[in-house]
Design a protein around this ligand. Sequence first.
Ligand SMILES: NC(=O)c1ccc[n+]([C@@H]2O[C@H](COP(=O)([O-])OP(=O)(O)OC[C@H]3O[C@@H](n4cnc5c(N)ncnc54)[C@H](O)[C@@H]3O)[C@@H](O)[C@H]2O)c1
Length: 326
Amino acid sequence: MLSAERAQGGAGHRFERAAVVGAGLMGRGIAQVLAAGGLDVVLYDAEAHILDDSVEAIRARLGEADGHGLLTGAADLDSAVGDADLVVEAVTEDLGVKRDIFAQISAATASAVLATNTSVLPVTAIAEGARHPERVLGTHWWNPPDLIPVVEVVPGRRTSAEVTERVMALLGCLGKTPVRVRRDVPGFIGNRLQHALWREAIALVADGICDAETVDLVARNTIGLRLARLGPLENADYVGLDLTLAIHDTVIPVLSRDSEPSHLLRELVERGDLGARSGRGFLEWRPGDRQAAALALAAHLTAQTASGSVRCSGQHGSGQQRGTSS
Ligand SMILES: NC(=O)c1ccc[n+]([C@@H]2O[C@H](COP(=O)([O-])OP(=O)(O)OC[C@H]3O[C@@H](n4cnc5c(N)ncnc54)[C@H](O)[C@@H]3O)[C@@H](O)[C@H]2O)c1
């Protein structure tokens, strides 16, 4: 991997010192990628034990590899972000919490670019907390950040084009595939696709068509097997748009059109059945199952990446598809 300094070009505009705010699942992975790419990274979390665990885990993963930046933890937010030229926020998915954090970060930094890792919240709304919304944008990394190539880059309504370009360049040189989202819509691209599928998956169970195990078995062993190779629109072209239209004529009218979360999902949450963390959700989870699932996922993604079956470039155009902006 190129060091961040060599690869970013644009003298005077390089990112060299990053801060990551929120050291949970996503923050620690993002910090690892930034440090592996040669940036010095300061990590901060409101919970001291989470911060300590994360710093230890990232250092262990960076190991003796050449060229990585320094990775340190900070005891408070202001000192974490004070020297940073890039701050990535990965705290709880709550608009009020994120806005407050952005207000605090932007008061403590002179000229840093501020990126939120929100999954679905409008970046423009988060940026309202900041002093300089032109320096705020979304960088939506996927879990696990070190293994999933695509990062969605979401300019807010007031984000400057230069900031967006600089962050796209940095992500590219970190080995990521940055994809620019043209408009700041909730859920961006990936989560709109993902949660359209989840809405239908939950509806199939709620309507008694099949149980949760069967939904997952079918999804994993049909569309799931194909999706990494053939995207949905490429597949529509591949089978023919006349067939796609004929199928849509029948199936679109009967798909779930719920405009709010499923009553089944609400009931499970109200009962305390939160999934792997509580031992029961749509499925049963025994102690250790969640850790085993994380390890199995990492092994699967690593194998796919190593085998070259992860496709980040277009087969039908020239060069890498680096955005939806053209
Ligand atoms: N989990 C995923 O798969 C995933 C994927 C993409 C994006 N995201 C988004 O990334 C963000 C973080 O998600 P996560 O899964 O890492 O959550 P997490 O719960 O694992 O980590 C969040 C961390 O933020 C810390 N925190 C909360 N409030 C804080 C504050 N005011 N100051 C400092 N630290 C604070 C918490 O202590 C916690 O360690 C969310 O916006 C989430 O929607 C999550």
